[in-house]
Design a protein around this ligand. Sequence first.
Ligand code: ZN
Length: 427
Amino acid sequence: MGMWASVDAMWDFPAEKRIFGAVLLFSWTVYLWETFLAQRQRRIYKTTTRVPVELEQIMDSDTFEKSRLYQLDKSTFSFWSGLYSVVESTLILLFGGLPYLWRLSERVCGSAGFGPEYEIIQSLVFLLLATFYSALTGLPWSMYNTFVIEEKHGFNHQTLEFFMKDTIKKFVVTQCILLPVSSLLLYIIKIGGDYFFIYAWLFTLVVSLVLVTIYADYIAPLFDKFTPLPEGKLKQEIEVMAKSIDFPLTKVYVVEGSKRSSHSNAYFYGFFKNKRIVLFDTLLEEYSVLNKDNQEEPGLEPRNDGEGDSEEIRTKVKNKKQGCKNEEVLAVLGHELGHWKLGHTIKNIIISQVLSFCLTVLSRRFEFQADAFAKKLGMSKDLYSALIKLNKDNLGFPVSDWLFSTWHYSHPPLLERLQALKDTKQD
Ligand SMILES: [Zn+2]
């Protein structure tokens, strides 16, 4: 790295080397900055060993400690995986990994009878090799994350077989989209003339819009099971709420998130008059398979309702009772629909063309606004308890370094959201 002792010296190099140096400099700067932030946050996980006074009402010390250890493990993991990835990409650049891969794809194509005049085919082979390499080297990391870290903290529900099938499926589906799209893109660049970048940009814009449109209906179901929410009180109440704010709801689905992990979520999707809501089965207390007897742990007794009744059992079994009551699920949806009513989705798409940091800042503002929206619908009490439960179920850590959270968190810290919900002046 001595080469880059002085930034001025960079300008003495030819353009190719300058770009090369700038890429390295940029990735190391981002890496060091984010590692610095992560170390600040890590210090918080290490030193905040007791529930802060202002949180005593909403979090028991057992959950707090579990979440603290979970976040510590996650932070250790991302330290090592981050270090690996920055060193790997530096070595690839320094030792000419990309030119090597290009020569390799030339050779592969050549032996298949495609000479240098088939540049586009060579580029596709190059892309295929590159994505295959990155999938392969990423595999041990994602396996460690799933089967060691998530497993240890009771989140993982994937079997090794499910995981491998899922990974292969993901790779194949990605190639099915990536290869035709990039060959078209390369073709456009080739014939685009002086204004090729405008055509290329328009093309990628159209492709991403198409992908967003078809993703939920055609791609996501390849990976997870979506079933319509059965008729009943919850469905009725969701429909009533959607109607009351003119949300053009056409379907409510439950996705079998429990096949993967016990993390929970809810979201909506769809364009114009065709909106659909998706609830993770892990979010629904009544519906979650995690709350029923399951074959893997035959000794598990069904949990009865009530919050603080079974703390000791809870620490021992990994499939604890989790999820939210119907009113709380509705309050969470009230928040989600707030994002729609306030036009956040469209604003996000527009802003996403700018910088990701701005998006993070804006996203936190939107979270407050969506909370306030749910509050206006009269759901502040249920949203309050839902947020606490979700934080608990997902082992979110409620304390964070201000600089770290400003840079990374798309959602405001729990305590700030709860405070804003309580604050009566907000209305
Ligand atoms: Zn939100």
